[in-house]
Design a protein around this ligand. Structure first.
Ligand code: ZN
Ligand code: ZN
Length: 241
């Protein structure tokens, strides 16, 4: 199985679900789509038919940061990764909302959330090192599949001067309450999946695919659209419009 194309540092997870959610989203397939912001939980409920590798939309809303790029180059050189040092690039990504940073393995690109600057002054630097550690660990693994926050990443963090770095930063980035306009239901387990955006017709229930199909995609567990009225009755706990 190939390693996910990028790694995402998630923030603001409810503590009770945080462990499960981040585990799932980090170890499972990259095609797992994410709902926005405070809807982390619902990452668990969507699995999409594997498509030929999807390109992450890049280029729009990206601002290149020369200084941070130079810093990464220097550090990658210091840990003996000349090739990585040559290609690493750092951008501020205006489209990130609840994500602090991203490390794209394929082109050694690091995206940072501009809102990080509003927090403690050391936050961009810390996130930068966190993401660079992902690139370093991935580079050294040369294609071998490693855990996103496993030993290799932890070693890289120590070398970069952030030993004991956590997998998630507790920053209140996800502070917008997002109203859900769409509702889907798994006909198998009955779970209601609130959504801001439309799901693809191929989206299936993640827990059911896990439970009955060894985690592989199956159309038996397709999510079906239901009315908001019905959804409000069945699952009043969500933020419906
Ligand atoms: Zn990470
Ligand atoms: Zn289900």
């Amino acid at each position: 199985m190939r390693a996910p194309e990028y790694h995402q540092l998630r923030l603001g997870l409810p503590s009770k679900l945080g462990g499960i959610t981040s585990n799932q989203s980090e170890l499972s397939r990259p095609s797992l789509r994410r709902s926005q912001s405070n809807g982390m939980l619902f990452d668990l409920f969507e699995i999409t038919r594997p498509t030929p590798r999807k390109k992450i939309a890049r280029g729009r809303g990206l601002k290149f940061d020369n200084e941070l790029t130079e810093r990464c180059r220097m550090m990658a050189g210091m840990v003996g990764l000349g090739e990585l040092a040559d290609k690493v690039k750092v951008f501020w990504n205006l489209r990130l909302s609840s994500t602090a940073g991203l490390a794209h393995h394929s082109n050694a690109q690091i995206d940072l959330n501009p809102r990080l600057k509003r927090f403690a002054p050391e936050e961009p630097q810390r996130t930068l090192l966190h993401e660079l550690a992902h690139l370093i660990a991935h580079d050294r693994a040369s294609g071998r599949r490693i855990k996103p926050h496993g030993q290799e990443w932890q070693n890289a963090c120590s070398e970069l001067g952030i030993p004991g770095e956590k997998r998630c930063h507790d920053l209140p980035l996800a502070n917008r309450v997002i109203k859900r306009k769409l509702a889907y239901q798994c006909r198998c387990c009955g779970t209601i999946v609130p959504r801001v955006r439309k799901l693809s017709r191929d989206s299936a229930c993640y827990p059911c695919c896990q439970k009955y199909n060894r985690g592989a995609y199956s159309r038996r567990f397709l999510l079906e659209k239901i009315s908001i009225k019905e959804a409000k009755l069945l699952a009043p706990e969500h933020n419906w419009v």
